[in-house]
Structure formats: C-alpha cells, structure tokens
Design a protein around this ligand. Structure first.
Ligand code: ACO
Length: 336
C-alpha cells in the first residue's frame, strides 16, 4: 500500500474586501456584534464583472498548487472538487475545472459535504493513492457564498459569517519510505440534523414553479438557514471527538500536535477546541478574521497560508478538523 502526501498548495481570494462596517450599510448589524460572536473583521466577496466564479477561483488556486508541486496539468490523474456553491445545478464544478485547465479527459469528482468537504475530499483522494490507482490528485475547495446570501436584516445571522475564496492541494504518492504523509482520516455524518444548516431550494423539492410564485418569496427556502446555537453546540463536541479519534488511531496525544487547522467556522469554536486540547496559540491557525467562513475552501486556504508563513515544517504533525452542514465532520492526521 502507498502513502499520500501533500506536494503543493495554493489559494485564491477575490480582491474585494467587505468589512463589517460595509455590511452594516446593508443590514441592521455592527462591527462589535460580529467580532464578539464570530471573530470576523472582514471577508472577500466576488464583485460582479470581476470574472470570478466558484470554478474560476478553484482554477486560480489549483494552478498555484500544481506549480508548487513542480508538476504540469497533464500529470494530474483525478480532480476532486468540494463545494456547496457550484456554478451550476449540474454538472458539478470539477468538469468545468478540467475544461478550464485544458486537462486530459481525467475523471472529475464533486464532493457535497459543505464545511467538511475538503476533509472528505482529502480522504477520498488518500484512498485512491493508497490503492495505487492514481499518483497525483488535485483537490480543490472553492465557494462563492456572496452570490446566494440574503444581504438584508432578515438574513444577517447567516450572511455576516460567510466569505468567498478557494484553496487547493495536490495529493501525491509518497515515493520515499520516510513515514511522511496522510496517516489517517476519519469521517462521520448525522443526517438527522440536515435541516439545521441548509439551503432547501432550488431543488427538486422546491423547483421553478414555486420560485416564480409571488407568495413563495416570503418562505425563503432559497437562502441558507442556520440554527446557529444548535450548530455551535454540536460543532464543539464533534470537533473534539474527531480530533481525539484521529490521535488515538495513531497512538498520539494532543501534546504531539504541531499545528491544528480547524475549519474556520467561527473563531469562538476554534478557541473552544484550542482550550479543550490545551494548545498554545502558535499551534492553532486561524484566519477567519480576514476571510470569514469559506466552507469547503477554509481548510485549504488556512493550510496554504500557514505553510507560506513557515508555520508548518517538514516532520510536523498537522491535524485538520472540520464540522458543518449535514451534519458532517471529519479529521485528517498528517505527518508533514
Ligand atoms: N448583527 C446584529 N445582531 C444580530 C445579528 C447580526 N448579524 N445576527 C443575529 N443578531 C441578533 C439576533 O436577532 C438576536 O437578537 P434578539 O436577542 O433581539 O432576538 C441576537 O442577535 C442573538 O442572536 P443569536 O442567534 O442567539 O446569537 P448567537 O449568540 O447564537 O450568535 C451565531 C449567532 C454567531 C450565528 C452563533 O450562533 C454561531 O456562531 N453559531 C455557530 C454556527 C457557525 O459557526 N456557523 C458557521 C457555519 S457552520 C459551520 O461552518 C460549522
């Protein structure tokens, strides 16, 4: 059996910065409320006409990751694309990326696991490398949230949290027997809570005739819904469980962690988890203050930045952990 390792990383965020004060001009909110509840100071939003879309941002991040892996597009054997905000209802964004990058007719797989999307995608990629089926896999998380948020006061408890952006990694077969790479991944779901953080329409349950009916507008299944406090309570429990599961599977303890990269859901959730594992500030990476919650893109963006800033070094134990809509959650334990 082979081991997979991350051979290249990249990120892209739109230039358009939206501060909390900018949001307060659109809805009844304020900087103090947003910072106190979420830690977020600003986020990036695609600007109409700037040429970005979920897939376009994914391509921009992917190009950097492939270059840093010292590979060419033709070296990639599989694309795995995680997003909850695809350009189109179908087909998925993976095939658009294959086209935009002029890649061979390699397979493109879309992952629909929201905030856990990147960890799920990494786990799927890891299995393909382990079995020897593929050698280099492009894994992308990208989100265009701003295109689908309710930017009025009605949507404020959700809209202030989310931002746009993309992150990508190349997962490659580790040709050396040096013990480095993905040690294990751990995935879970609990669909009983699917509606607690969801966007119901457009879907086959809420389709076009309903959307165009005048009186359907007030039902708003076309904007995301989030039961914030319920999500928060579940998140802190599941984050801890799945990190512990990963550590135990590898006979490790929290003191072995060199860098924890939690999905950037809410700074308060990350701080809670940090406290539970008694990790010092330099062992937990957070950038939600600058980007908001970018869902499937948040871990690869944070991982890329942590690496660019020299905070992840060869041999480090890096732990990725995510929780989100579904509910789904997961972790990955990586020897860098
Ligand atoms: N600005 C100002 N006031 C607001 C805003 C806003 N943006 N949003 C809600 N409020 C008001 C509410 O209307 C309410 O007012 P009321 O007391 O007069 O009724 C008050 O603030 C408190 O609202 P709550 O929803 O109870 O606030 P809470 O402290 O729970 O914070 C939050 C809300 C930030 C969403 C929190 O529940 C949370 O972080 N939950 C976790 C969910 C999460 O992290 N989601 C991220 C995406 S999911 C994921 O990635 C895991």
């Amino acid at each position: 059996m082979y081991t997979s390792k991350i051979s290249g990383l990249g990120k892209y965020v739109p230039e358009n910065v939206i501060t909390n004060d900018d949001l307060s001009k659109l809805m009844d909110t304020n900087d103090a409320w947003i910072q106190e509840r979420t830690g977020i100071k600003e986020r990036r939003h695609i600007k109409k006409g700037d040429g970005n879309s979920t897939s376009v941002m994914g391509v921009k991040a992917a190009k950097i990751a492939i270059e840093r892996a010292s590979l060419a597009n033709d070296d990639i054997d599989l694309i795995i694309f995680a997003t909850l905000s695809p350009d189109m209802y179908f087909p998925g964004g993976g095939v658009r990326i294959q086209d935009m990058m002029n890649m061979k007719t390699i397979p493109a797989l879309d992952v629909r696991n929201q905030c856990s999307g990147f960890v799920y995608a990494l786990s799927v990629g890891d299995q393909f490398i382990k079995t020897g089926m593929y050698k280099h896999i492009l894994i992308i998380g990208s989100e265009n949230h701003s295109g689908g948020l309710d930017m009025s006061t009605r949507g404020r408890s959700v809209s202030v949290i989310f931002g746009d952006g993309a992150g990508a990694v190349v997962l490659s077969r580790n040709e050396e027997e040096d013990g480095r790479g993905v040690l294990s991944t751990h995935l879970h779901s609990e669909g009983a809570h699917a509606k607690e953080l969801s966007l119901e329409g457009p879907s086959t349950e809420h389709w076009v005739p309903e959307i165009i009916e005048e009186n359907a507008k007030d039902n708003i299944p076309y904007y995301p819904y989030m039961n914030g406090q319920f999500v928060f309570k579940n998140a802190v429990v599941r984050f801890s469980e799945v990190i512990n599961e990963g550590l135990e599977a590898n006979k490790l303890t929290a003191s072995d962690i060199d860098m924890l990269i939690p999905h950037q859901a809410n700074l308060r959730i990350s701080q809670f988890v940090q406290k539970q594992f008694r990790l010092s500030d330099d062992k937990v990476y957070n950038n939600i203050q600058r980007y908001g919650n970018t869902t499937a893109a948040s871990i690869p963006i944070a991982l890329t930045e942590a690496w660019e800033e020299g905070k992840i070094k060869e041999g480090d134990l890096v732990v990725l952990a995510a929780f989100g809509s579904g509910f789904t959650w997961g972790s990955a334990i990586i020897k860098w």
